[in-house]
Write a protein that binds this ligand. Structure first.
Ligand code: SOE
Length: 379
C-alpha cells in the first residue's frame, strides 16, 4: 500500500476482507508517517520510501493511494518493477500522463485497474444488467449529481485545493470523474461531447500550518489565506456517443450532502434511479403499473448483481463493501493472470480512466471557451 490518507486506510480495511490477500507493507511520505499508519492499520511493515516496497520480490501488487501529483511516478515505477497495480483515481494529473500510463501498462503485461469504486455496488450492477439485456429499454434522457459538503467552509482544507497537487480540475476531477465513469459503466455508452459551467464559492481559503486529512473540518488559528484556482461546483450538459442527452451537477459545497452520488436514467420501458447514500434500493419507474423499489436481496437480483451482495436482504451493505467487491474482482484477475484461467472483470481499466481524464479536460475547455467540446482521445 502506498499512501497513508483516507484512500490508503479504506483500502487496507477492505483488503482484510478479501480471502488470500495479505497487506504486506505500507509506504508513506516519511518513515514516521508510514510507521504511524502501519501501527494504526495493523500492517506488519512500513517504509518512508515506496521504492523499498517495489524492491521486495515477495510483493505482488501495489495499491497507489498517493495524492494525484504522485500517481504517474508511483504507478510507472510499480509497473517497471513488474507489479500488478491498482491505481486510485484520477489515474494521473492530465491526459498526456494517463495516455503514457496506458502504454506502460500494456508493455508491462501485469494486471492493472483503477479505483472507480461506485461500479461495484449490487444495485448498480442490476441497473447495468437491465439496460444491457433490454429489460429497461433504450436510454433517451439522463440526469444526475455528485454532491458533497466537506469543502463548504473557507477553513476546510486538503491537498486537493492545490491545483499543483490535485490537477487543473477539482470538483469535476475528484468526484465528477466518478459520476462519468459510473454512468458510462451502467449505460455502456460514452460521453462524446460536453457543455460545462464551473464555479467557486470561495476565491480564498484558509490553509492550516499542520497536516489535514480528506473530510477533516476547518483549520486552526494559525491558518494562512491562499487563493484557490479550481472549481467548487459545476454543471455539465453532455451527449453520449449514441446521441442520448444528459445533465449532471457536481459540488463539494452543498450543505447536507455528504457523498450524494445519484443517477436517473429514463429509458423506453422504465426509468432507473439510484442514490449512493441509500445504495440498497434501485427505483424502477413505470407508467402502466406501480413503480417499484428493488431492494438488495440476492434472491431477487440478476446473477451479476447477486454476486456483489454478500449478506441477505435487510443486512445493509454500502461504501466499504463496494470497495471490497472491486478488490475481489481485481485479485480474481490477478489469480487468473497467474493460472491462465479466463476472468471477466468489471474493474475500470487504465484506458477507461484515460478517457475520463479526456472528458475532464473537455469540460475545462468548454467552460473556458463557452462552447460544446468533443471529448477527444487525448495524450
Ligand atoms: C473526496 O471528495 C473523496 O474522498 C473522493 O476523492 C473519493 O474519490 C470519493 O469516493 C469520496 O470523496
Amino acid at each position: 500500500m502506498v499512501g497513508t490518507g483516507f484512500a490508503g486506510g479504506s483500502h487496507v480495511e477492505a483488503l482484510r476482507r478479501v480471502p488470500g490477500v495479505e497487506v504486506a507493507a505500507l509506504a508513506g511520505s516519511s518513515d514516521e508517517r508510514a510507521r504511524a499508519a502501519a501501527g494504526r492499520l495493523g500492517v506488519p511493515a512500513a517504509a518512508g520510501d515506496y521504492r523499498t516496497l517495489l524492491a521486495d520480490a515477495s510483493i505482488d501488487a501495489v495499491h497507489n493511494c498517493t495524492p494525484n501529483d504522485l500517481h504517474h511516478e508511483v504507478t510507472s515505477a510499480a509497473l517497471e518493477a513488474g507489479k500488478h497495480v491498482l491505481a486510485e483515481k484520477p489515474l494521473a494529473m492530465d491526459a498526456a500522463e494517463t495516455a503514457d500510463l496506458v502504454g506502460r501498462a500494456e508493455r508491462a503485461g501485469t494486471v492493472t485497474g483503477v479505483c472507480f469504486n461506485y461500479r461495484h455496488y449490487p444495485l448498480v450492477a442490476e441497473a447495468r444488467a437491465m439496460l444491457a439485456d433490454g429489460r429497461a429499454g433504450r436510454p433517451h434522457l439522463i440526469r444526475g449529481a455528485y454532491l458533497q459538503d466537506w469543502l463548504l467552509d473557507a477553513a476546510d482544507w486538503n491537498w486537493r485545493l492545490q491545483s499543483e497537487r490535485s490537477g487543473a480540475s477539482r470538483a469535476i476531477g475528484d468526484i465528477g470523474s466518478h459520476w462519468m465513469d459510473l454512468l458510462q459503466h451502467v449505460t455502456g455508452g460514452r460521453i462524446a461531447r460536453v457543455y460545462a459551467r464551473l464555479g467557486r464559492l470561495h476565491e480564498e481559503r484558509l490553509r492550516p500550518a499542520g497536516p489535514s486529512q480528506t473530510f477533516d473540518r476547518g483549520g486552526g488559528a494559525d491558518a494562512e489565506r491562499v487563493a484557490v484556482d479550481t472549481e467548487d461546483f459545476a454543471t455539465v450538459l453532455f451527449e453520449l456517443d449514441g446521441g442520448c442527452p444528459g445533465v449532471f451537477t457536481v459540488s463539494q459545497v452543498t450543505p447536507g450532502k455528504r457523498n450524494g452520488l445519484t443517477f436517473e436514467i429514463d429509458a423506453g420501458a422504465v426509468s432507473l434511479a439510484w442514490d449512493q447514500e441509500h445504495p440498497n434500493a434501485l427505483r424502477i419507474g413505470r407508467r402502466d403499473r406501480p413503480n417499484e423499489v428493488l431492494v438488495r436481496d440476492p434472491a431477487l437480483l440478476s446473477p451479476s448483481a447477486a454476486a456483489l451482495a454478500h449478506y441477505p436482504a435487510g443486512h445493509e451493505e454500502g461504501w466499504p463493501d463496494g470497495l471490497k467487491n472491486l478488490f475481489l474482482d481485481f485479485y480474481a484477475a490477478v489469480d487468473a493472470h497467474g493460472s491462465g484461467a479466463p476472468h471477466e472483470s468489471s474493474v475500470a481499466t487504465f484506458a477507461d480512466a484515460h478517457r475520463i481524464t479526456c472528458a475532464v479536460e473537455a469540460i475545462l475547455e468548454s467552460h473556458r471557451e463557452g462552447r460544446w467540446v468533443e471529448v477527444g482521445a487525448g495524450g
